[in-house]
Write a protein that binds this ligand. Sequence first.
Ligand SMILES: [Zn+2]
Length: 93
Amino acid sequence: MAVINSGSNALAAPEGAMHADDVLAAYTWSAGDCFRCATPQVPTVSVGEIDTPSGERYDIRACGRCVVAMEAERQRWARRHGLAYRPGELGAS
Ligand SMILES: [Zn+2]
């Protein structure tokens, strides 16, 4: 498991949001290309898969900055709907 510390403090958490370090710690990281910002070969997490008609499976991966952004959106959505929010569940459903 890769440990991501450098730079994570630069990701400012929105008011009332969980701290970025806590969000990032909820995932297991490995090198890959981010589907969202297209940054190649950075620490990423799997956030989904695509199965093609020919039977190939592609792993959809996201970098730390994009995971924090997507988790913030999940947290806002949960708050709007009065639901509990827990980080680390991107790609889990
Ligand atoms: Zn990204």
